[in-house]
Ligand binder design. Structure first.
Ligand code: SF4
Length: 216
């Protein structure tokens, strides 16, 4: 089987090879700008292992070569390692995570997966300083992400950083992850998405008025 990597031209030409699966919508963080509107205690709305396997099978039939698993926080799920295992036997796999749960038993289970060379763990990190990251994601979450990246790198995993570029007011300290990369050593790839000022304002306004929300 031929396995493709991300298109180095970055022109979107490889998008048809990618299967994206939202495994679940509950999370261990309650980031105020969450596009999936996930938060601690959110309804799971998860896919079962057989459903995920069927989707992967269909993707392989369609000659897709890259699988992305995201949520919510995928590592909340007991079956996430079976999903990863099934995917890695057939495709390149990227799993998106805030990293906090990737320690202890879960890290051991991650280490036990086959075809690790096909696995990328994408950790959310919104800058080189805790203030921006923690403003949207909660106090202490930046340090926990940094710790997770260190643990994963120490075990030889390919780590990609996912950065949300926040509004211009603080973008200047949100953008550079170079300090983190320098501090943590060995090369990592990065990806970013942009959160507009309007979207950030709406979400923060919503968080202050939603009575059931436990968001900051
Ligand atoms: S960690 Fe990710 S999925 Fe969870 S609330 Fe934050 S942005 Fe949403």
């Amino acid at each position: 089987m031929t396995l493709a990597h991300t298109n180095p031209q970055g022109d979107g030409g490889d998008l048809l090879h990618r299967l994206w699966i939202y495994t679940n919508y509950d999370c261990n963080l309650s980031c105020s700008y969450c596009v999936a509107e996930s938060f601690v205690g959110a309804e799971r709305n998860g896919l079962t292992l057989p459903q995920v396997c069927r989707l992967i099978d269909e993707a392989v039939t369609l000659e897709m070569t890259e699988l992305f698993l995201t949520g919510g926080e995928p590592f909340i799920l007991h079956d996430i390692f079976s999903m990863l295992h099934y995917g890695l036997e057939r495709m390149h796999v990227t799993v998106l995570s805030n990293g906090i749960l990737l320690k202890g038993q879960r890290l051991q289970q991650l280490k036990a997966l086959p075809y690790r060379e096909r696995l990328t763990v994408q950790i959310s990190l919104d800058g080189s300083h805790a203030s921006v990251h923690d403003f949207y994601r909660g106090a202490g979450s930046w340090q926990k992400a940094i710790d997770a990246i260190g643990r994963l790198k120490a075990e030889g995993f390919h780590v990609r950083l996912g950065t949300t570029q926040t509004p211009p007011r603080i973008a200047r300290i949100s953008l550079p992850c170079a300090v983190c990369i320098t501090r943590l050593g060995s090369p990592m790839t990065t990806t970013s998405s942009v959160l507009s000022s309007a979207a950030a304002s709406r979400r923060r306004a919503w968080q202050f008025h939603c009575p059931r929300s436990n968001r900051r």
